[in-house]
Design a binder for this molecule. Structure first.
Ligand code: NDP
Ligand code: HSE
Length: 441
């Protein structure tokens, strides 16, 4: 057997993920070398502060604040620093200097992915990012390789652990959003500033990555419709539960026919949604993630597991490292990003789904008929109506005459928005309590 020279590995970042990547790489050096057919030599770890505490013991002499020199001497660069800059600049430097690159940085990929993939292709380098979506869960490689011969029609993903933890506590422990967020912060799931998680930014970045990959089309982050969970109330979760649903923050990526042009298109959106309690995604508890993929030939597939955590995420990074290192040893072109389909990205107004609308109404003869007429005028078909006398008092303390929970058949967002605007202006409607999309039926 030909002895291959050691491959020089640089790690950028030694935080939650980076410290575990470096530690596992040092601990399993021999075993990984056996799998790759070459030694994997960790040549350095770039950090900002040489004296910062680490979650794993790392040889002090490997730490450096000179990321650029480290990159220039490496065959493979692992970026686990996070942020847009200097991460983008470092990856560009790594690719143009001939190194393969591995990153866990979804913010960077969702924002600068196309330009980094273009550089990689130009210079014949590889860019791997299994850890960027769903932490330890293998989802990038299945979409890029295993399902490359199939046609993915839809992805429903629980891709943010913090919000799943919060919604799960609201559902199973009866917490308010504020109580659940406080516990998520105490346990270290939510950051001190939880905006990226609870406002859906983190999930939107992951939706941009998943939809680009699944539909062979560049889906920019700005085209992902985003709503967070901050408007979800304890009462909504409770009433969803009574109706046989759970509330989840979903990333929905789908192939659609544009209702205006009849052409194929794609859409990506992140928002809270009701899913039936019997759907596999309803069983995703705590901070776990899951990605439910509907492919034409394969049918439904579900990928489930730890969506975050230092050591769990390090598993995905090291999987990429073995792939990248093997390619160095055996050669070959590796995998390329495919954007050949280049489908139009449809705005949220052209997306169709089902809805559940809760209205506080006056309790008088003819009210139901007036409300049904408003739905009919916008072509929104009502599937089910449930009425209860009374309801929750509004902000003014007034208890409504009745509460209506109306489920619709598929309707476009545009038609639904117009219906809701008319409902809000109707003299028989005291309040539109909530409008939630229903997925997974
Ligand atoms: P941390 O904040 O814990 O660690 C970041 C590390 O990068 C630190 O060691 C920091 O150095 C170093 N660093 C930051 N900026 C620079 C810089 N300019 N030059 C040199 N070093 C720098 O981040 P995580 O480990 O949590 O996350 C890393 C990446 O992995 C992010 O992109 C994140 O989105 C992604 N990810 C994280 C997951 C998780 O569970 N944590 C899950 C999936 C993906 P110092 O320590 O000296 O400050
Ligand atoms: N903040 C993210 C989450 C970490 O809660 O899922 C992984 O991207």
């Amino acid at each position: 057997m030909i002895e291959y020279r050691n491959l020089r590995i640089a790690v950028l970042g030694a935080g939650s993920v980076g410290a575990q990547v470096a530690s596992l790489l040092l601990t399993h050096k021999e075993e990984l070398a056996g799998r790759v057919g070459a030694g994997l030599e960790l040549v350095g770890i770039a950090v900002r502060d040489l004296d910062a505490p680490r979650t794993a013991e790392l040889p002090r002499e490997l730490l450096t604040t000179d990321a650029r020199s480290l990159i220039l001497g490496a065959d493979i660069v692992i970026e686990v620093m996070g942020g847009l800059e200097p991460a983008r600049e470092y990856l560009e430097l790594a690719l143009t200097s001939g190194a393969d690159v591995i990153t866990a940085n979804k913010a960077l990929l969702a924002t600068h992915g196309p330009e980094l993939f273009a550089i990689a292709e130009q210079v014949g380098a590889q860019l791997y990012y299994e850890a960027a979506v769903g932490g330890a869960i293998p989802i990038i490689r299945p979409l890029r390789d295993s399902l490359a011969g199939d046609r993915v029609n839809r992805i429903l993903g629980i891709v943010n652990g913090t919000t799943n933890y919060i919604l799960d506590r609201m559902d199973r422990e009866g917490d308010t959003l504020e109580q659940a967020l406080a516990i998520a912060t105490e346990l270290g799931y939510a950051e001190a500033d939880p905006t990226a998680d609870i406002e859906g930014y983190d999930a939107a970045q992951k939706a941009a990555i998943l939809s680009s990959l699944a539909f062979h089309t560049t889906v920019p982050l700005e085209s992902v419709h985003r709503e967070g969970i901050t408007s979800i109330t304890h009462d909504q979760v409770l009433s969803a539960k009574k109706g046989g649903f759970v509330v989840k923050l979903l990333a929905v990526c789908e192939r659609l026919v544009d209702p205006e042009t009849g052409e194929d298109g794609v859409s990506a959106r992140v928002h809270p949604a009701l899913i039936p309690a019997t759907h596999p995604l309803a069983a995703v508890h705590g901070a776990n993630n899951a990605v439910f993929v509907e492919a034409e030939a394969a049918g439904p597939l579900m990928f489930y597991g730890a969506g975050a955590g230092g050591v769990q995420t390090a598993s995905a990074v090291l999987g990429d490292l073995v792939s990248a290192a093997r390619r160095h040893v055996v050669g070959g072109p590796g995998v390329a990003e495919s954007t050949h389909a280049d489908l139009p990205i449809l705005p949220i107004s052209r997306v169709s789904t089902r809805y559940q609308i809760t209205l506080a109404v006056v309790d008088l003869p003819g009210v139901l008929a007036q409300i049904a007429t408003l739905f009919a005028e916008h072509g929104v078909s009502v599937e089910a109506v449930q009425q209860t006398v009374g309801g929750e008092p509004g902000p003014d303390g007034h208890t409504p005459g009745a509460t209506l929970v109306i489920g619709t058949h598929q309707a476009t967002e545009a038609a639904l928005a117009a219906t809701v605007a008319d409902l809000a202006g109707s003299p028989v409607v005291e309040r539109v309590e909530s409008v939630l999309r229903v997925e997974g039926l």
